[in-house]
Design a binder for this molecule. Structure first.
Ligand code: GLN
Length: 314
């Protein structure tokens, strides 16, 4: 029967890499964090980790890069585990339709960020991770959690990137001060942002990142270790938020083109989830006008087309 033969995922990722090769370097590398501006814009990596543990990779899939906002998926998972549904008293679940670092909406909506994936929302979530901890402990907990998810003890934070962002993170300080004034965050702004900048500075390879996201493709449990990370319902809900909010004001377009939940980072990475099939990570530092990886989005669109993977229908 046509369409029932197993997918040759290695051939698919190799083809995508080869077809995109002439375009490497397109897009604009983020430069508001000075340390990120130093990255070679022609890097490209892609890794697919299937729920049965196969790994398919192309290009620079084994090189660590700054995961930036992709970390927001992991801290949301952690904060939900600690505080449950109380999280939603401090952060909403609607797409923002504005830029990741927008300030204007926050005043209008009384200091409650639209969703946990814009910067304001993620800072509010990080404040919840910090509850009961020193900043150092909270950073340690986040790193341990991501290592546990990826089943890989080699994952580290790039302290240079964290320092670089701390020195230039004016907008994030504005957002956090604003939320502190409204009572959305409980801890001192410099503590919350200290943790937030470090989580964003996690350095991971595409392979590690896809592996860490595998629980979201497998109903909340790590299919390879058997560890239960979140409930089935919570995994679905995190995926729903990634689909509706994971690419800021480019979320609708990403859902339209790719049809899978995804979370981007300004370092040029995207973590994408094909429920029941695989987790996928791509990395290409050049960004589009919404601050999402230009070729990374395209690579995922190509992958979705060629595999038929979509949350919207067979
Ligand atoms: N650390 C970055 C910031 O707060 C993360 C933004 C992003 O990846 N979109 O600006």
């Amino acid at each position: 029967m046509p369409g029932t033969e197993p997918l040759d995922l290695q051939a698919i990722v190799d083809d995508i890499h080869r077809e995109l090769a002439p375009r490497l370097g397109e897009g604009k590398v983020a430069d508001y964090i000075p340390q990120l501006a130093r990255i070679d814009p022609k890097r490209f990596g892609m890794a697919v980790v299937t729920v049965d543990g196969q790994v398919f990779q192309a290009g620079d899939a084994g090189l660590p890069f700054s995961i930036q906002s992709i970390s927001k998926v992991f801290t949301l998972t952690l904060a939900l585990g600690k505080h449950g549904e109380n999280i939603w008293k401090r952060v909403g679940r609607e797409p923002s339709g504005s830029a990741f670092n927008s300030i204007v909406q926050l005043e209008h909506e009384h200091g409650i960020p639209r969703n946990p994936f814009i910067n304001a929302g993620a800072i509010a979530v990080t404040d919840r991770v910090l509850a009961g901890h020193t900043p150092r402990e909270a950073i340690g907990e986040i790193v341990r959690f991501v290592r546990y998810l990826a089943n890989d003890e080699d994952i580290l934070i790039d302290a240079e990137v964290a320092r670089s962002e701390e020195a230039t993170g004016y907008r994030n300080f504005a957002l956090a001060n604003f939320m502190r004034a409204f009572g959305t965050i409980d801890h001192p702004v410099d503590h919350v942002l200290g943790v937030y900048f470090h989580q964003c500075a996690l350095a991971m390879t595409c392979i590690q990142l896809a592996r860490a996201g595998l629980y979201l493709a497998a109903s909340g449990s790590d299919p390879l270790t058997g560890h239960s990370v979140v409930s089935r319902q919570r995994a679905r809900r995190i995926n729903a938020l990634m689909l509706t909010c994971g690419h800021y004001d480019g979320s609708g377009d990403f859902a339209f083109r790719v049809g899978l939940p995804g979370k981007s980072g300004v370092g040029g990475g995207i973590l994408c989830v094909a429920p029941g099939k695989a987790a996928i990570a791509v990395w290409s530092p050049g960004l589009n006008q919404n601050g999402n990886s230009l070729l990374g989005s395209l690579a995922l669109e190509m992958l979705a087309n060629r595999t038929g993977w979509s949350v919207f229908g067979a």
